[in-house]
Design a protein around this ligand. Structure first.
Ligand code: SAH
Ligand code: SF4
Length: 349
């Protein structure tokens, strides 16, 4: 049996939150504080083997060696864009590919990670959506994207804006968030971690109950008519329900929900849209991210004109909305969020 095969039966400790690791160890009759020690080895010292964990007894290390394993991811390829954006492709054990992107910003890197291989939500404008859902990522596969990239660069912010709908893989996303936010884990401040969703109200409520994290909503349309058309999820949860879920989302004081709005030329970029957007988000502590559509083949939508972007942006500013226009980053290497497909060109031969 190869090493990889023998690992299959072993328990990957990267799938556990600290609480779950404690339960796993206490099931083996070990002390609770061993879990904290191991967690620190995994996430603060990036240990890849039990042999490194020198503050554990030889016996415990040997026992873990028998029953548990520590997974890791290494990027298969890295593409660097003209603006310093870097796109990493990870090939998972079953051959599925997922991508993560580092977006540099004056030393404050933002890492955009994936939660699923593909996506089931089928938004019409989104490249990931056209690839359907291959499968959910495991907790370990989500967290290992962060671990792998932290080896190369400092990661200041993490956003779940890569492949997949994070709230459609909520168990694993919540576990990964708990590991990221844990003071014994990756130690991210909850201000620096953002989950982005196309809008699933029941899952938004559960996320809010279980962790404190920033939430971004991909709104992208201001009428049910248009949103039904470009985001099928809206047929199940129309705008009224989605915005009610936004109102109910528990925000720490002075925190805001982010509304993402992909501007598509002639489709949703008029001043009438800006006006409706303003009305929809009224009363919710909000900021708006305008994202000019990134054109890609196999989809008829077009980028907005500079003029339309500026006019939309100005309308919101003039009405006291905090708005940023996310200039398309990494466009030359298709590394923009929502442009990820996790497939290596020419690899299938
Ligand atoms: N599924 C989640 C997170 C991943 S998509 C969500 O939909 O929020 C991340 C963002 O990329 C979303 O706001 C989405 O609207 C946007 N996006 C998708 N395709 C895009 C494209 N071609 N150009 C610009 N933004 C796009
Ligand atoms: Fe999925 Fe988000 Fe793309 Fe929609 S925009 S298909 S939810 S990844």
């Amino acid at each position: 049996m190869s090493g990889a095969e023998s690992d299959m039966a072993k328990t990957d400790l990267k799938n556990f939150t600290l609480t779950e690791l404690e339960a796993f160890l206490s099931g083996k009759g070990k002390e609770r504080f061993r879990a904290t020690q191991i967690f620190k080895w995994l996430y603060q010292k990036d240990a890849r083997s039990f042999a490194e964990m020198t503050n554990l007894s030889k016996e415990l290390r040997a026992e873990l060696e028998e029953t548990a394993c520590i997974s890791t991811l290494e990027p298969a390829t890295v593409e660097v864009g003209g603006d310093g954006t870097r796109k990493y492709l990870f090939v998972l054990e079953d051959g599925a590919g997922v991508e993560s992107v580092i977006i540099p910003d004056e030393g404050r890197n933002t890492l955009c990670i994936s939660s699923q291989a593909g996506c089931a939500m089928g938004c019409e404008f989104c490249l990931t959506g056209t690839y359907k859902l291959t499968r959910n990522l495991t907790t370990a596969e989500i967290i290992n994207q962060v671990c792998a990239i932290r080896r190369e660069v400092e990661v200041r912010n993490v956003v779940f804006m890569g492949m997949g709908e994070p709230l459609h893989n909520l168990d694993n996303v919540i576990r990964a968030l708990k590991i990221m936010l844990d003071g014994n884990g990756l130690q991210f401040s909850n201000r620096r971690v953002t989950v982005s969703t196309c809008g699933l109200p029941p899952e938004m409520a559960r996320l809010g109950r279980e962790v404190i994290v920033n939430l971004a909503i991909s709104l992208n349309a201001t009428t049910d008519e248009l949103r039904d058309r470009i985001m099928p999820v809206n047929r199940r949860y129309p705008l009224k329900e989605l915005l009610q879920a936004c109102r109910e989302f528990p925000l720490p004081s002075r925190r805001k929900l982010t509304f993402e709005y992909v501007l598509m030329g002639g489709l949703n970029d008029s001043l009438a849209d800006a006006k409706r957007l303003l009305k929809l988000i009224h009363g919710i502590p909000n900021k708006v991210n305008l994202i000019p559509f990134n054109e890609h083949e196999g989809c008829g939508f077009t980028a907005p004109t500079r003029q339309a972007i500026d006019a939309f942006h100005k309308y919101l500013i003039d009405h006291n909305v905090t708005v940023i226009t996310r200039e398309s980053r990494g466009g030359d290497i298709s590394a923009a969020c929502g442009q990820l497909r996790g497939r290596l060109e020419g690899r299938d031969s």
